[in-house]
Design a binder for this molecule. Structure first.
Ligand code: FES
Length: 149
């Protein structure tokens, strides 16, 4: 199904089909991507959780600290859909009494760009050259780890 367009855009399907499916799995340039349609917005995210390769396609979506997050079904890590941040609840021991709050671990999951033109949806893979933890589960070593889990 993959058709690469100029500018690195990959055709991933018709808008109506992707909306109906809500979650669609695609392999683009050897990378496994999850396309999510949620509350009128498309997201594209590396398909395997940065923590231990869990299948995000089976994760629930919840709003946490004003961010829409997918919750990995494996160990319940929370990942923001818009930017791939790992979100966790913690306390500051200097606070008396400590109050649990949501914190960010920074970007852990690679996010890709989704665009739509005349009912056709395209994904452009992230060109961010720095290492993002979810990259591990897209590589050969990570695939072996995923298979063992
Ligand atoms: Fe996703 Fe552990 S693999 S939370």
């Amino acid at each position: 199904m993959e058709k690469e367009q100029p500018g690195g855009l990959h055709f991933v399907g018709k808008k109506d089909e992707l909306i109906e499916a809500k979650r669609s799995f695609r392999t683009l340039e050897g990378r496994d991507i999850l396309i999510i349609y949620h509350q009128t917005v498309f997201y594209a995210i590396d398909s395997y959780c940065y923590h231990a390769g869990g299948a995000l396609e089976n994760g629930d979506i919840e709003e946490i600290a004003d961010k829409l997050c997918i919750i990995c079904p494996k160990h319940k890590y929370k990942i923001s859909l818009a930017d791939g941040e790992g979100i966790y609840k913690g306390t500051d021991p200097r606070e008396k009494p400590p109050v649990p709050r949501w914190y960010s671990k920074g970007v852990k999951q690679r996010i890709h760009m989704v665009t739509e033109t005349n009912g056709d949806v395209y994904v452009k893979l992230s060109e961010d050259t720095c290492w993002i933890e979810s990259d591990f589960y897209q590589g050969e070593k990570g695939k072996v780890e995923r298979a063992k889990a």
